[in-house]
Design a protein around this ligand. Sequence first.
Ligand code: MG
Length: 607
Amino acid sequence: MGGRRLGIATACLSGLLEDKLAAAAAAGFDGVEIFVPDLLGSPESPADIARRCADLGLAVDLYQPIRDVEALPRDAFAASLRRVEHAFDVMEQLGTTTALICSSVDPRAIDDDDLAAAQLAEVADRAADRGLRIAYEALAWGRHVNTWDHSWRIVARADHPALGLCVDSFHLYARGGDPAGLRDVPAGKLFFLQLADAPRLDMAVLPWSRHHRLFPGQGDFDLTALVGHLDAAGYDGPWSLEVFNDVFRQADPGPAAVDARRSLLGLEESLAGAAVPAVGGTAFVELAVDPATSAEVTDALAALGFARTGAHRTKPVGLWEAGGARVVVREEVPLPDAGSVPAAVAALAVRTPDPEALARRGVELLAPRVPLPHAGDEAELRAVAAPDGTLLFCCPERPSPGGDDFWPGDFVSTGVRPGVGATGIDHVALSPPFDLVAEAELFLRTVVGLAPVGEPTDIVAPFGLVRGRLFASAGAEPVRVVLSSSLVRRGGWAPGVPAPQSVAFAVPDVLTVARAALDAGLPLLDVGPNYYADLAARGVADVDVLAAHRVLLDVDASGGQYRHVVTPVLGGRVFLEAVERSGGYAGFGAADAPVRMAAHRRSRASV
Ligand code: MG
């Protein structure tokens, strides 16, 4: 990765201008766009800001935006020219040569391409006198010019060497534009590229842009296609992010800038068609638990068919196995990053043919490598840290079915055979804070190579709206991670589990697992009779059997089934699930989530 100049608009980041510049430099960006309000809010002169950027190793790639310049009546245009000349004064001090003019939204603007072209050419004349140039951008809500091809027609008509295009991926895709046409624009006219992704939303373009832009790879736009067309056209300027939404501008600029640059590295990789290291299944999940909570977790594992097959030589760490499913339970005080809750998913271990390649790729994508001490004769585990501190272990593929040579030598066998009932880890569900979901998604998509399955699901939960989305790897034994998050949390009424997590085990026969768990005294979650009466009304057979075994059932549109049982919330945060999928069911039981959450609340309240 690398070689291409990567930039970011100061508008993307939170804080004072100096905070933004420091964060952009620390994340490794090559350049910045100086957003006019950031300059206006700074007590430093433009020359001082230029020096600060130079000291940080940042180029100033763009000064933006200059608004409402063109297609105006003569007297109004005279005022535009005064503003433009001042902007040029600032740019000379800033040491940047390119200014962005976005298409006018001025109510006085006239729908006249000849006038727009002539006035932009006049501005370009003045820019050229100072060795500067103008990149013209079609705002998706511009009064008369709101598509990239219209902005190109005006630039072509003006035919001035100091006037070219700024392509903004949001404005292009929001208007349904086709980036293929960019191939026909001469490279010398492609002055600048601003990149933003966004979810596909059916809403007006202005609030869509203002509230929902995302970094590349976090939304639904085909940015790989767009940069591919620009490469083909010969564009050789920076890839510069221009992203704002309700979250990023209030987030800590340090991690946000890392997330931002990771998005561009992922886009570079996607454009290069680089092979993503294959991940083939979840090797194990590690739970960190407070010693006081440990028995609660391990009793539930045992009731679900797990046996404690391994023990760490020196630490209170146990390996629990059932069939192909493995859980490492690590007793630890205090728990990392778990607040006051005494149980947390601490690590996800994925299998891959080349663990070193997967870990190295993670580092290239700005995930810190986590050194893991190991003795000379022990298998080396490789790990990088996710943005929330959870570890991603990169493990070799299973050497042989049931083989124990997989494990590092600091585990010793307890002599107990693995339990039966499970075949592997079906999925792990995590609940990052809403403002960190996009960052967590991007980590899963770029570093782990998972892809979203379907659209995000809005779950109408008892204590607020929860948005959930499943990410999965390809292949017969996919790694699946569900990210769920409450959109808004305010006030004192907060009876839900603040950041629930779960580990779901794949089982071939959930009724058998449920029967054994109930016989072992595990109080599987009981959602009550109304749920089963509704299943019966929808034509589900044998609901009495399901109810007696506390089995929940989600059926998808093609008849695929997701039968699952759920434990109580353990340690105030984590619950376990046994899942039987059939008929190609590809979701994560989201339809059952509101009922499950209500039952969890009742079971916790009754303790
Ligand atoms: Mg823009």
